[in-house]
Design a protein around this ligand. Structure first.
Ligand SMILES: [Zn+2]
Length: 316
């Protein structure tokens, strides 16, 4: 069994947020006895999960690059309230094992591992640059607030108000409390509440593979069908990076269920809109995608919780 069965094929995607980024043009997998990880086509990386400080000594595009790519991907999907994923420590451990598989020497891999463990996320978080400041200013104009390039409390409020205005006067969806959810959608994880929404020919892809149906709650099926049709016209790139709808799991560290457990939430473009990337400073989910969901009364997480911009849910 090969640990890295694929050769990473990357396309230079130019500068983003002040660093050069590369986009994966083929699936990239890593297998160990403990875990199997598949990085999807379209995942964007800049090697940022390894502290910049070390780049002079250990280039992220050096011998350990395949391991860094996996690590970057795991960091983009770190666990949160909404998505039960791996913790940062578990991700770092996988990174260490993957470097060993690549034959990276003991001292080098321990040094890199320690840098990653100690460095923490904060030390290599990117500072806003002119480029994403102009992006933020454009977004601020779009939601009609002062374009100062700083996405703070006022911008968040203006953006929520902008999206709320597009939503139906009376929300078709329940509140996000377990009793209201179960009453409206049926019990979490209950298969009889689910239907297969046909999406063939609309360009929906999961890890590069075409998807014919999306398994979702029967109460959201019509609405989600309209959303996916709209996205197929205006945002085919979003549909091409679909990351799942129904998934039976509890929220991290709690007894309540994620909206995915009811089949009433959907994720897109997780690679560039994960839990540790704030929206809109770092995450790339377009506001026009959020508007499509808002017109159907769905909440886009990026605008409402400033992170998890991959996530959209059918609640008030
Ligand atoms: Zn989600």
């Amino acid at each position: 069994m090969k640990s890295f069965p694929d050769v990473a094929t990357l396309r230079d995607s130019g500068m983003r947020g002040g660093s050069r980024v590369f986009e994966l043009t083929g699936i990239f997998r890593y297998r160990s006895p403990e875990i199997e990880i598949a990085v999807p086509v379209g995942f964007v990386t800049d090697g940022a999960s390894v502290p910049r400080l070390f780049w002079n000594i250990f280039s992220p595009f050096g011998a350990y690059f395949p391991a860094a790519l996996i690590h970057d991907f795991l960091y983009s999907k770190l666990s949160t309230q909404h998505h039960e994923g791996l913790t940062r420590k578990q991700s770092d451990k996988i990174f260490l094992g993957a470097m060993r598989e690549l034959g990276v020497g003991w001292l080098t891999r321990r040094t890199i591992y320690r840098a990653v463990r100690l460095g923490g996320w904060a030390s290599f978080k990117k500072k806003p640059t002119d480029m994403n400041q102009s992006k933020i200013k454009a977004l601020q104009r779009h939601v009609r607030t002062t374009p100062d390039g700083f996405w703070g409390r006022n911008s968040i409020a203006a953006c929520k108000a902008h999206l709320r205005k597009l939503m139906p006067g009376i929300s078709p969806w329940p509140k996000a409390h377990s009793r209201a959810l179960a009453k409206f959608f049926g019990d979490a994880g209950e298969e009889s509440n689910l239907v297969n929404l046909p999406v063939a020919g609309l360009g929906v892809k999961y890890e590069g593979q075409s998807v014919k149906t999306v398994r979702c709650n029967r109460r959201v099926a019509e609405s989600l069908g309209r959303i996916i049709k709209e996205l197929s016209i205006h945002h085919p790139e979003v549909l091409a990076d679909y990351n799942g709808c129904f998934n039976f799991r509890r929220m991290r560290g709690g007894s309540s269920y994620s909206l995915h457990a009811y089949g009433a939430a959907i994720d897109f473009m997780a690679g560039s809109n994960g839990n540790r990337t704030t929206w809109p400073a770092q995450a790339s989910m377009p506001i026009t995608v959020m508007e499509i969901f808002a017109r159907e009364g769905w909440l886009p997480a990026g605008a409402f919780w400033s992170r998890d911009a991959m996530h959209f849910q059918a609640t008030k």
